[in-house]
Design a protein around this ligand. Structure first.
Ligand SMILES: Cc1cc2nc3c(=O)[nH]c(=O)nc-3n(C[C@H](O)[C@H](O)[C@H](O)COP(=O)(O)O)c2cc1C
Length: 132
């Protein structure tokens, strides 16, 4: 990439973008399309990752019994969980790490990826709230 390409791509109000991201707890109850989730995931994939190994996984439950069952595993969604358009689980496959010193790397890679995912949804006008 050229410096010019980077400057053009970064020519927007980033401060406004990050300052308008908030955890959302008042959802419309509308469902979220798998296409919207896939687009956000495809953007978040650009997040740095250990040794450029792909070990990040995203599982999506859109509505109904599976979504509600997943939400029973944590209590921080009480009051708004029933209105979520989708619940995503970000996971990291530890089999891609090969030494004891890398045992915590999943939290770093997963955390970085999750934050990128949140910003991708923010860019798409979709509210999010991290849980757990
Ligand atoms: C790992 C993690 C777990 C969180 N768990 C919950 C939760 O269970 N319920 C909730 O309402 N918010 C949860 N949050 C959202 C935080 O409360 C929120 O990010 C924080 O108050 C800052 O507000 P902001 O996201 O609007 O900037 C969580 C955030 C993180 C990073």
């Amino acid at each position: 990439m050229t410096k010019q390409e980077i400057l053009e791509a970064a020519d927007f109000d980033y401060t406004k973008f990050v300052r308008t991201r908030h955890s959302v707890r008042h959802f419309t109850g509308e469902s979220v399309s798998p296409a919207a989730i896939k687009k956000a995931v495809s953007q978040a994939i650009k997040t740095p990752r250990t040794c450029n190994r792909e070990m990040r996984r995203v599982y999506a439950a859109y509505d109904g019994p599976l979504r509600d069952h997943l939400l029973t595993f944590q209590r921080g969604n009480v009051g708004f969980g029933h209105n979520l358009g989708a619940v995503l689980i970000v996971a990291v496959d530890l089999r891609e790490f090969d030494m004891i010193g890398e045992r915590n790397q999943c939290w770093i890679d997963g955390g970085l990826f999750a934050m990128s995912l949140v910003f991708a949804f923010h860019a798409a006008g979709l509210g999010t709230c991290m849980l757990n």
